[in-house]
Design a protein around this ligand. Structure first.
Ligand code: F6P
Length: 534
């Protein structure tokens, strides 16, 4: 099965009408997967039995099942960094051995989980104190994978948050840390420095700022710092005592790391039991992903729908539209997970990727998005496949009527995208107000092309367990798509060049080095900024 076969199938399907496909009373059920209490419905796409078979053949011929076994088995599938890819071990609560280089990693993983639990419970119950008493606020300093996951999860699990307040500082813009610290009491604040490498310039700069801020009032500021990192030599150099350092191995990629020490602020927020429930959700999805046949496998079919829309039909972006307000940072989290993983144009064997790389992922929670960018999704010239997500139940029983409205909005959008509105329908709607040419004109503006694809994922209620399922689902989707493309989803060389140039540019911006060796545009920008700052 080749990309040309997929593209040919996509061209053939261009005339297919999703609304017509759905006249088949079995379609909704046949193009959906129920797994546990999740329902993934991809029946509002143009995928039919024939194209689904092509997609499953692509999955098989790309060797995804063998690669999946290799990943879970601790083989070094991150070939460009010569590393295993084992974030799944962090949620392997069963403790079944996972071998890397002949060593079972599980005793260390579970040992670290125990230490994290003990520390977070001590912070929560006030046994661990700051100079001014029990910890009231936790400031997580990290960026990318050391920020997006925990920040997203803290918002997502707000109903379970009964620990100290959690704040997240990521941007090197001093405004970010200034705005957070301004409201806090250093004597009751715990600063968590989260960095896999412990070299990331944004994080180390913010960590130094936080230490100076704390040092103004706290006699031993380092005693109110913890570190989450795989570079434990560097955490010691920063002055953080070993008992507050939570390490992880290089086989945990930054954007896949929230299941381990990087999740510490979430654990402090919701407690170690609830955090284990989050891990259990991820573990349940791992089992489903490994055991279910492709057609019954949600991550596999989510990936194949993605391949269909992006590489098959040529739709360059995908919108992820969680209706739950508490998932407001989920699209941003997925942007890193998907685009840092699959935004690559060289295959593992060094050849150039001969098909589009992973799509541009974006989104916002509904219903806000409906009043912002949905206009383009409904009537713009580009097709944007939409991935709706909604919970069957909210956490506010007293506001159940609002939840019903939320669900109705979500379902209405996928229906509207699919059905559209014909010129005739638009004419009929407007005929009481307009006539003749004016009626025609007014009607034309009210036409919706329809036939716009979407999928809907329904989960029962956004508990820690369900959040774990959702994140692991998307992780495995990225794995399947990346494997089919033949790329390495676990390195990120594309972020390095800008970092190197920023280091070289900083003294030029400061005025210590003449920027003249740079291109004309960069020199002009530096000169303008220098002229306009105080
Ligand atoms: O620059 C990209 C990146 O390396 C991400 O992959 C990572 O999540 C982020 O920076 C932060 O890295 P670290 O955890 O090492 O500070």
């Amino acid at each position: 099965m080749t990309w040309a076969d997929l593209k040919a199938a996509a061209r053939k399907s261009e005339s297919a009408k999703i609304a017509d496909l759905l006249k088949d009373p079995d379609r909704a059920n046949e193009f959906s997967i129920s797994a546990g209490d999740l329902l993934f419905d991809y029946s509002k796409t143009t995928i039919n039995e024939e194209t689904r078979s092509i997609l499953v053949e692509l999955f098989e011929s790309a060797g995804v099942p063998a690669k999946r076994a290799a990943m879970f088995g601790g083989q070094k599938i991150n070939e460009t960094e010569n590393r295993a890819v084992l974030h799944t071990a962090l949620r392997n609560l069963s403790g079944e051995p996972v071998m890397v280089d002949g060593q079972d990693v599980m005793p260390d993983v579970l040992g670290t989980l125990e230490r994290m639990s003990a520390f977070s419970e001590a912070v929560r119950d006030g046994t661990f104190k700051g100079q001014g008493g029990a910890i009231t606020d936790v400031v997580n300093i990290g960026i990318g994978g050391s920020d997006l996951g925990p920040a997203m999860a803290t918002l997502a699990l707000a109903p379970y948050h009964d620990g100290p307040k959690c704040h997240y500082v990521s941007n090197v813009d001093g405004a970010h840390i200034a705005d957070v610290l301004r409201h806090l009491n250093p004597e009751t604040t715990l600063v968590v420095v989260a960095s896999k490498t412990f070299t990331t310039i944004e994080t180390m700069t913010n960590a130094a700022t936080a230490r100076a801020w704390m040092g103004e009032q706290v006699a031993n500021p380092a005693s109110q710092f913890a570190a989450l990192s795989s570079a434990t030599d560097k955490t010691a150099a920063f002055g953080i005592s070993e008992d507050r350092v939570f390490g992880f191995e290089d086989w945990v990629g930054g954007r896949y790391s929230m299941w381990g020490p990087i999740g510490l602020p979430v654990m402090i927020a919701i407690g170690s039991q609830a955090f284990r429930s989050f891990l259990a959700g991820g573990e349940a999805m791992d089992r489903h992903f490994q055991a279910a046949s492709p057609l019954e496998n949600i991550p596999v079919m989510l990936a194949l729908v993605g391949i269909w829309h992006n590489q098959g039909c040529g739709h360059a972006t995908r919108a992820v539209l969680p209706y739950e307000q508490r998932l407001s940072r989920f699209p941003a989290y997925l942007q890193q997970m998907e685009m840092e993983s699959n935004g690559k144009s060289v295959r593992l064997d060094g050849s150039t990727l001969d098909i589009e790389s992973g799509p541009i992922v974006w989104g916002e929670p509904g219903t806000n998005g409906q009043h912002a960018f949905y206009q383009l999704i409904h009537q713009g010239t580009r097709v944007v496949p939409c991935e709706f997500m909604v919970g069957a139940e909210g956490h506010e029983p007293e506001l159940a009527h609002q939840h019903q409205l939320l669900v109705a909005n979500c379902l209405a959008q996928s229906e509207a995208l699919m059905r559209g509105r014909s010129l005739e329908e638009a004419r009929n709607m407007q005929s009481a107000k307009f006539e003749g040419d004016e009626l025609e004109l007014q009607a034309r503006h009210r036409v919706f092309p329809g036939n716009r694809p979407s999928t809907t994922l329904v989960y029962p209620k956004l508990t820690p367990f369900v959040l774990g399922q959702l994140i692991a689902l998307y992780e495995h989707r990225v794995f399947v798509e990346g494997t089919i493309l033949g790329i390495n989803s676990y390195d990120q060389w594309g972020v390095e060049l800008g970092k190197e140039l920023a280091v070289a540019l900083e003294p030029m911006v400061a005025g210590d080095i003449d920027p003249n060796e740079k291109d004309g545009s960069t020199v002009q920008l530096i000169r303008h900024i220098q002229k306009h700052r105080a």
